[in-house]
Design a protein around this ligand. Structure first.
Ligand SMILES: [Zn+2]
Length: 502
């Protein structure tokens, strides 16, 4: 029995708004597409959260035994400044301002993006296609939509005819928007538009003479619209219908709505079975945005160089912090929350180091069947929680319980014999796998553990000596001072002492 059969996944499908049982189109195989970054600037933290959410999803699917093809694109053309059909191309604009070739901009920020992904231990997708690498396919689907009567040319540009599409399909199926209202509100805005309706969107845009990024097409020199690239790249690599399409909540409308319309119009079938949207990041309760000055780059977070940050935090602390809330909830950044996350991650990280060094004595003495049951239950709960809409928050709560058990074992090694070797091994492998493979929380070592061990052992030796001399005031001071910096001394049997980083 495969793990995905033992722990079937249920997930919230944005298309229905309900939690549904996840079933794949082809047994054992998952095709997943996620809208990637527009590479015209440094990746900001909000984007990072989106890619982290889908990293967890692809990691867990693989862990359960699915074969996953994960496609995440690079938008290197067609995304205009106004996020709609007007304005300059975001990459073209940056190229003009910095006097660089657009492809220099693309290369610089693609590298930055991939570098940040590596820092956060976000695994690369199976395929990372770029929009400029698929111009021919975008022209072809545009032609097809014109032939089907779902798109029209106007002055060298081509637009998708939303009203026509809506006469036989449902435009607004994902976002719940009403087409009549959209047309009404759009009509007053701009009567000069070359589109038939304001709601129509560009599949191909005519390039003005000064526009740098341009390609020849049946309609003259131009460049593709923003939405069409995702339709082309998702269906090219995953088929006309595939399992999961993900992205940030802000992409639901119009981007994903338009993707559905284009693909359904061209292929006669709905492209995606499960839509998943991840929620936003806020800072001290406010939306993160450049204009509010509260948006920071991952590098500023690691060094603590942003005025809103009290200090720097390690990539794994930030990763842990983000996993503490469900991907569909908003997540608020504050120094307090980050400090708490730092402590929390240390606990789990410390237990990870400890469990790797623990071995079972192979035989059972003082069997504790209740403990055995608790451990098996914790293992089971990790999977149940992850299979329940990828609930990382609840999974972390179980890992904290498991970490306490690991600490108990580390301090009283004889207690390991209370459970069977089989249960212990299952427990150990589950804790390590959930931390490292599923949640991607890499073990962080301070790099001077031997030094720390040595130093604390000197202090422990000193404390034993002063206790033997009955200088309890000094003994307590050593213990309290260490506690103040997060190191907890533990008095064991027969005067033995050990320590734990809190
Ligand atoms: Zn997209």
């Amino acid at each position: 029995m495969k793990l995905y059969e033992k722990y079937p996944i249920s997930l919230t499908n944005s298309l229905s708004g309900k939690k549904e049982k996840f079933e794949t189109l082809v047994p054992g195989f998952v095709g997943m597409y996620v809208c990637g970054p527009t590479v015209y600037n440094f990746v900001h933290l909000g984007n990072t959260r989106t890619f982290l959410s889908f990293d967890i999803i692809s990691r867990y699917l693989r862990f359960l035994g699915y074969k996953v093809r994960y496609v995440r694109n690079i938008t290197d053309v067609g995304h205009l400044v106004g996020d709609a059909d007007e304005g300059e191309d975001k990459i073209g604009k940056k190229a003009r301002l910095e006097q660089l070739e657009p492809m220099e901009i693309v290369k610089r920020y693609t590298e930055d993006f991939q570098n940040v992904m590596r820092q956060f231990n976000i695994l690369p997708p199976s395929i990372e296609p770029s929009a400029t690498g698929h111009i021919v396919e975008q022209i072809n689907i545009t032609k097809k939509l014109i032939d089907l009567g779902l798109a029209y040319e106007a002055n060298g540009s081509v637009y998708f005819d939303v009203k026509k599409y809506n006469s036989s399909h449902h435009y607004g199926i994902l976002s719940g928007r009403n087409i009549e209202e959209l047309i009404e509100s759009g009509r007053e805005l701009d009567s000069q538009d070359e589109k038939r309706e304001k709601i129509d969107f560009a599949l191909w845009k005519k390039a003005a003479p000064e526009h740098i990024m341009r390609w020849p097409s049946p309609w003259g020199d131009g460049f593709p619209g923003w939405h069409i690239e995702c339709t082309v790249m998702s269906t090219k690599y995953l088929g006309e219908t595939f399992d999961i399409h993900g992205g940030g909540m802000d992409l639901k409308f119009p981007h994903h709505e338009c993707e559905i319309a284009q693909a359904t119009g061209a292929n006669g079938k709905s492209p995606v079975r499960f839509w998943i949207h991840s929620n936003m990041l806020t800072v001290n309760g406010q939306k993160m945005s450049k204009s509010l000055g509260n948006s920071f780059l991952p590098s500023e977070l690691f060094t603590g160089s942003h005025p809103l940050l009290e200090k720097g935090y390690s990539p794994m602390t930030v990763r842990f912090f983000m996993l503490q809330s469900h991907y569909s909830s908003t997540l608020d950044f504050s120094n307090e929350a980050l400090n708490a996350a730092e402590k929390g991650f240390k606990k789990l990280n410390n237990a990870l180091t400890l469990i790797k060094s623990l071995t079972h004595p192979s035989k059972i003495t003082n069997q504790n069947s209740e403990l055995e049951k608790t451990l098996l239950d914790q293992i089971d709960k990790c999977f149940q929680n992850m299979s329940d809409d990828f609930n990382t928050a609840k999974t972390l709560a179980v890992l904290f319980e498991m970490a306490s058990q690991i600490n108990t074992w580390a301090n009283q090694k004889e207690s390991l014999a209370q459970v069977s070797e089989d249960t212990f091994e299952k427990f150990k492998s589950t804790y390590i796998a959930m931390m490292e493979e599923v949640l991607g929380l890499k073990e962080e070592t301070s790099g001077n553990n031997d030094l720390l061990d040595g130093t604390i052992n000197v202090l422990i030796g000193l404390r034993k000596k002063v206790r033997a001399d009955k200088n309890f005031a000094l003994s307590d001071k050593i213990r309290d001072d260490l506690k103040a910096i997060g190191i907890k001394l533990k008095d064991g049997k027969e005067g033995e002492m050990s320590y734990e980083i809190e």
